[in-house]
Design a binder for this molecule. Structure first.
Ligand code: HPA
Length: 265
């Protein structure tokens, strides 16, 4: 049986939306992960707070490889994550949700692959469709069932190294390159999930217009405040998606390393 996991970002650090919760930890080749094993309406769900349960791990220091490998080892076949983002696109306003379908990587100092040569070999994974179409569709369907949600389907997520916010000049450049959203955590998470042959989608919550578009200077507390204000709605959207999504269904994402004989780290 395939499991679904939720990776909670800023504002979604606890598993309060699950019916039962058990705190667990696991050692992986890349380090220890802390996660929650829980259930929702009788379905097993794994919850992993990306920044730690006290939001103490900054975006550039998250152990993305341990997180994704740990979830793979637990039998997770699909990951639904949340990401707080700034918007570069006037159509995507604060308090609205976006389901990115592409990303542009501006990170600098992260381990972006399980395949660093040596025993694990060299793999060049296809990234034509980085975010799972079926999982994104399930989120759209969930939002329609719940009603009252603005969920934009598709958008380009620009991932920066952080932890600082961007300069207005950087934002202008990202806009020219086709970016819609800017955040600090989706890469390499989405890339590693693909290498590990798991379905992956992220629900981006727009917390602010990006630097230079917003008339005022940005603060982390405005991001956290916006996430907290919308956290209940976001959680309801996640859980409705979990309820309707069939994590046993086969999907092309689960065969991303077919030409290499599958994921075998
Ligand atoms: N920039 C980068 N990351 C973010 C932002 C932003 O404006 N808002 C929320 N996360």
């Amino acid at each position: 049986m395939g499991l679904i996991a939720i990776i909670g970002g800023t504002g979604v650090c606890d598993a309060a939306m699950l019916d039962t919760v058990r705190e667990r930890q696991m050692d992986t080749f890349y380090g220890k992960i802390h996660y929650i094993q829980g259930t929702y309406k009788g379905k097993d769900v794994i919850f992993l707070p990306r920044h730690g349960k006290l939001h103490s791990i900054p975006p550039h220091l998250i152990n993305y490889r341990a997180n994704i490998l740990g979830l793979k080892r637990l039998g997770v076949t699909a990951i639904l994550s949340t990401t707080a983002v700034g918007s570069l696109n006037r159509e995507f306003k604060p308090n609205e949700f976006v389901l990115p379908d592409q990303f542009i990587d501006f990170t600098k100092n992260r381990h972006t692959s399980f395949f660093d040569g040596g025993a694990n070999g060299v793999v060049h994974v296809d990234m034509t469709e980085p975010y799972c179409y079926s999982l994104r569709s399930a989120v759209i369907t969930a939002s329609q069932i719940l009603s009252g949600y603005t969920v934009h389907s598709g958008g380009v997520y620009v991932c920066t190294e952080g932890p600082r916010f961007e300069t207005p000049a950087e934002i202008k450049m990202y806009e020219k390159l086709g970016g819609d959203l800017v955040g600090m955590t989706n890469v390499p998470e989405v890339c590693l999930a693909r290498e590990a042959e798991m379905c992956y989608a992220t629900v981006s919550m727009v917390t602010n217009f990006a630097a230079g578009i917003s008339p005022a200077a940005l603060t982390h507390s405005e991001v956290v405040e916006c996430m907290e204000q919308n956290s209940q709605r976001l959680r309801e959207l996640l859980m409705k998606t979990v309820e309707i999504y069939d994590s046993d269904m086969d999907c092309e994402c689960r065969h991303a390393l077919r030409e290499y004989g599958g994921f075998m780290v």
